[in-house]
Ligand binder design. Structure first.
Ligand code: SAM
Length: 301
């Protein structure tokens, strides 16, 4: 068992608003008032929040570019007895934001870490999406590059849970189109500018949303929420059983000189599998194959 050193301080992981400044807890304000120092991503940004609540505290920057050395320095201060609050620019620190490294550093040294919960954009988006909340998968930011994004979506394809991703506005239409191509038709919601003046939650099928945001691009901060697969489980299993025949037939047609698209189209037609579904089946299989031959590096955060 790790004993907390008697004189050591505490790291408070404090959630702050994701837009509306009223969304801050009494406890968060009390902690921010009582700690010795506040570690934040952008000191100017956090000072605005502190000024709004009349809090005057020293701040220290802790962001993705200085995380490693700052985590050690901040943990040193906590070990020496200081109380430190960690905040992000918005929402909960360590959720698609820096924080994980500092939490680990403190825990490895036997220092106390206390969460002060509050807003997180993905929770707000999920509960207002109208999609099932019983089980969900939070995938963080979708990769910016098309191939990596499609691979991430293919990985999430069979997860029996509502899928949640963060997305940048200029990639929204492309991501919705990729989601439709890889995941098939599903209900989804685009939650934009939550808790802010231009808050908007658009619900619909992936194809409709892709079309809408392609013809009318938007700005702002965005969470994408997507329903779990609509294919009935037995239908899904039946389709998966066809995978070896599909893969074999595509390989055969490719060997005969057809390009991948033509081979896929023809093999799907011959086997009576919708073309989108055939594409997804093969994409998932090729990803699995790639993952087996190149095991992923262990992610540390
Ligand atoms: N730590 C934050 C949290 O707890 O949600 C997430 C920070 S991450 C760097 C920023 C992303 O979160 C944005 O690009 C957007 O996808 C999502 N986000 C943050 N605030 C949002 C808001 N008000 N409305 C919609 N999405 C938001």
């Amino acid at each position: 068992m790790i004993l907390h050193r008697h004189m050591a301080g505490t790291l408070y992981v404090v959630a702050t608003p994701i837009g509306n400044l009223e969304d801050v807890t009494q406890r968060a304000l009390r902690v921010l008032r009582t700690v010795e120092i506040i570690a934040c991503e952008d000191t100017r940004h956090t000072r605005k929040l502190l000024a709004h609540y009349g809090i005057e505290k020293p701040t220290i920057s802790y962001h993705e570019h200085n995380e490693r050395e700052r985590a050690e320095q901040i943990a040193d201060r906590i070990a020496a007895g200081e109380q430190v609050a960690l905040v992000a620019d918005a929402g909960t620190p360590a959720i698609s934001d820096p924080g994980y490294r500092l939490v680990r550093e403190c825990l490895e040294r036997g220092l106390k870490v206390v969460p002060v919960p509050g807003p997180a954009a993905f929770v707000a988006a999920l509960v207002a999406s109208g999609l099932p909340t019983d089980r969900f998968f939070f995938g963080g930011f979708l990769p910016a590059k098309k191939n990596a994004r499609r691979a991430a979506l293919a990985e999430a394809r069979t997860i029996a849970a509502t899928l949640i991703f963060y997305e940048a506005p200029h990639r929204l239409a492309a991501s919705l189109a990729d989601a439709h191509a890889i995941l098939g038709e599903r209900q989804a919601a685009v939650a934009r500018e939550l808790t802010k003046i231009h808050e908007e939650i658009v619900r619909g099928r992936l194809s409709e949303l892709a079309e809408r945001f392609n013809s009318a691009p938007v700005r702002g901060e965005i969470v994408l929420v997507i329903d779990r697969t609509e294919i009935a489980e037995d239908e899904h299993v039946a389709r998966e059983d066809q995978l070896p025949r599909l893969a074999e037939r595509v390989a055969q047609l490719e060997a005969d000189g057809a390009d991948f698209r033509a081979a896929l189209k023809r093999a799907a037609r011959e086997l009576g599998i919708p073309r989108d579904e055939a594409y997804r089946m093969l994409a998932a299989e090729r990803d699995e194959h790639r993952a087996e031959s190149h095991p992923k590096r262990h992610r540390t955060e």
